[in-house]
Design a protein around this ligand. Structure first.
Ligand code: HEC
Length: 284
């Protein structure tokens, strides 16, 4: 009988939490991942269970006063825990702490403060001293400073991540690479795949001159990246390289090509296409 009631409470609480959880998850994404929210749920569950136990015990001892002794021994650990937490007087000693006054028959017991509360109170005083001195006397980081620090750290982390995740880029996010290592890699790729048509110094043979400021398909890192990954116009001979090169490699070889701008090849091919003006392109 007692056990049953117990379980009913627990199951009911868990169902309520599950529903709450679901709703919170839908409406406030991220909130349920907070460890404090989870801790709150657990504490509430324990509180509900304890409450059920107390109510059960009261009910039982009322209904079954004669077998109180037996009850006591059965729930010994629990009783002594409750006694330690609340330090209440047993009912038959209540006369000792009954106060003199009575209002309309309502009397008052002069109970000790419950230790669980009292020590919690002391703990909060000690905490307050620490809090006050850290935040107000020693100028500890407040939320804004903490936030800014976290954002700065996050930026460092993102930059770090981007370095290792070069292949996440596409034509819209690619930026000109200036790192020695990237350009060296680009040069290797160029020597391997592109020299046949563009020549080692970029002067051009089957493919156009890559060192001048004239571009058939548009200059600037974004256009060059697109040309290299998607290929040139149909039938001209410049194939799409995206199946052979990773996005990071396309960015490297494109950056390498652009680093050739303004150099003078031994046998430059005549300019093809239009002068590329980066500023005009931005306005477009
Ligand atoms: C088979 C010959 C061939 C190879 C190999 C080749 N290209 Fe090309 N490339 C061309 C031709 C031809 C064009 C002109 C395309 C057009 O007119 O549409 C071109 C155009 C380009 C352009 C655009 C130039 C402009 O003026 O807009 C770039 C950039 C380019 N190639 C880079 C590369 C890179 C990088 C590689 C190596 C990964 C490469 N090409 C390999 C033949 C080649």
């Amino acid at each position: 009988m007692k056990i049953k009631g117990y379980f009913r409470t627990a199951i009911f609480a868990i169902i309520v939490f599950a529903v709450l959880w679901y709703i919170l998850d839908l409406t406030m994404i991220g909130l349920v991942e907070q460890p404090l929210v989870i801790l709150g749920f657990v504490v509430l569950l324990i509180a509900i269970l304890f409450n059920g136990k107390i109510v059960n015990n009261l009910r039982e001892s009322r209904a079954n006063n004669s077998t109180n002794e037996e009850n006591n021994s059965k729930n010994g650990w629990y009783k002594s825990l409750m006694k330690a937490l609340t330090s209440t007087k047993p009912m038959d000693e209540e006369d000792d702490i009954l106060m003199d006054h009575a209002y309309d028959g309502i009397r008052e017991l002069d109970n000790d403060l419950p230790p669980w509360w009292l020590y919690g109170f002391y703990a909060s005083i000690i905490y307050a001293i620490g809090y006050l001195s850290y935040y107000h006397l020693m100028d500890g980081d407040d939320q804004i400073v903490e936030f800014n620090k976290e954002m700065a750290q996050a930026k460092i982390d993102v930059d770090e991540y981007k370095k290792t995740a070069k292949n996440l880029i596409d034509a819209s996010t690619v930026e000109l690479m200036t790192d020695e290592a990237d350009l060296a890699n680009g040069k290797t790729i160029y020597a391997e795949k592109c020299v046949a048509c563009h020549l080692a110094d970029g002067g051009g043979s089957i493919g156009p001159n890559l060192t001048d400021e004239y571009w058939i398909l548009g200059g600037g890192i974004k256009n060059v990246f697109t040309t290299v990954s998607e290929g040139g116009r149909d039938g001209k001979g410049m194939i799409p390289w995206k199946s052979e090169l990773k996005p990071g490699e396309i960015a490297q070889v494109s950056s390498y090509i652009l680093s050739l701008q303004g150099t003078t090849p031994t046998k430059p091919k005549d300019a093809e296409g239009d002068i590329w003006n980066a500023e005009e392109a931005v306005e477009e």
